[in-house]
Design a protein around this ligand. Structure first.
Ligand code: F3S
Length: 278
């Protein structure tokens, strides 16, 4: 079996940076170090982090003191204010690309634009972005989510970093003719685009495609969707143990890609398992 790995796959700059910052915080301040929500959307890595003393909490109410790492998704400014008010030691690992979305969003809000965020409602990154959008905003997953009656004639648009370029362009196209004053910020992360394009390129040329990453990882799920459109035999796994040898029977080529929160070690473990089956 021929195994083809996508040119761009696996942990992105923001995730690598957050992992490095949390280890540094652990060395400097000692365990436990808290993260608001799991540091990354990868259950295997989160379990390993727990063993080293990095504890994911769901709410600031769970802690009274200590070190809090803000994960790469970022948070709304009021969350930082609350953490400061509690006297927590804050390590901000918000990905710089996400910080750019925050800046764009607050700039739009300051200029009086009604902000539309293209993204997944309820996703932590989107919740953080909305915290910079002022008192009124709208989150839409795609052009179909736009209301018949727009709330303002002055619309600003930003996009969750891990959304696809196509989704963003659809929303922009649907708004352009309906809004007299529109300010557009394409904040899709380059890392995401590269992974999506590379996954699609490989998926077009292989019989079977394997996507590695957390099931709770939005960008990994999108790689799965993109790959399965061009390669119907696409499987999303979190670990090599999930691989079923029957998936590859009668096929010659398998492609592999991985989400931006999948560390290199997990990709290599999957490749090793695929090689065993070859
Ligand atoms: Fe940052 Fe882009 Fe990764 S926004 S966390 S580098 S996917």
């Amino acid at each position: 079996m021929n195994i083809i790995r996508a040119h761009h796959a696996g942990a992105c700059y923001g995730v690598e940076r957050a992992l490095a910052m949390v280890s540094h915080a652990l060395e400097e301040y000692g365990a436990p170090v808290y993260t608001l929500g799991p540091l990354i959307h990868n259950p295997t890595v989160v379990k390993e982090l727990e063993l080293s003393g990095i504890v994911a909490i769901e709410s600031l109410d769970e802690i009274k003191s200590g070190t809090l790492v803000i994960r790469s998704h970022g948070v709304a400014p009021d969350v930082i204010d609350q953490a400061r008010a509690r006297g927590l030691n804050i390590v901000d690992a918000t990905c710089p690309h996400v910080s750019k979305v925050h800046k764009a969003c607050s700039g739009l809000s300051d200029k009086g634009y009604f902000v539309i965020v293209v993204g997944e409602a309820g996703h932590p990154e989107v919740e953080g972005i909305c915290g910079y959008a002022g008192s009124e905003f709208l989150v839409v997953p795609d052009a179909g989510g736009l209301p018949q009656q727009l709330p303002s004639a002055h619309i600003g648009i930003v996009v969750q970093t891990t959304q696809s370029e196509e989704t963003f362009e659809r929303v922009v196209a649907a708004l352009r003719d309906r809004v007299e004053d529109i300010e557009i910020h394409n904040t899709v992360c380059f890392a995401t685009q590269l992974r999506q394009e590379a996954a699609c390129d490989v998926a077009k040329t292989v019989d079977v495609m394997v996507v590695v990453g957390g099931r709770n990882s939005g960008n990994t799920r999108r790689l799965y969707q993109i790959s399965s459109k061009v390669c119907p035999q696409t499987y999303h796994i979190e670990s090599p143990e999930e691989i079923d040898p029957q998936w590859f029977e009668g096929y010659e080529t398998v492609g592999i890609t991985a989400g931006a929160s999948t560390p290199e070690s997990q990709i290599l473990a999957v490749i090793e398992r695929l090689e065993e089956l070859s």
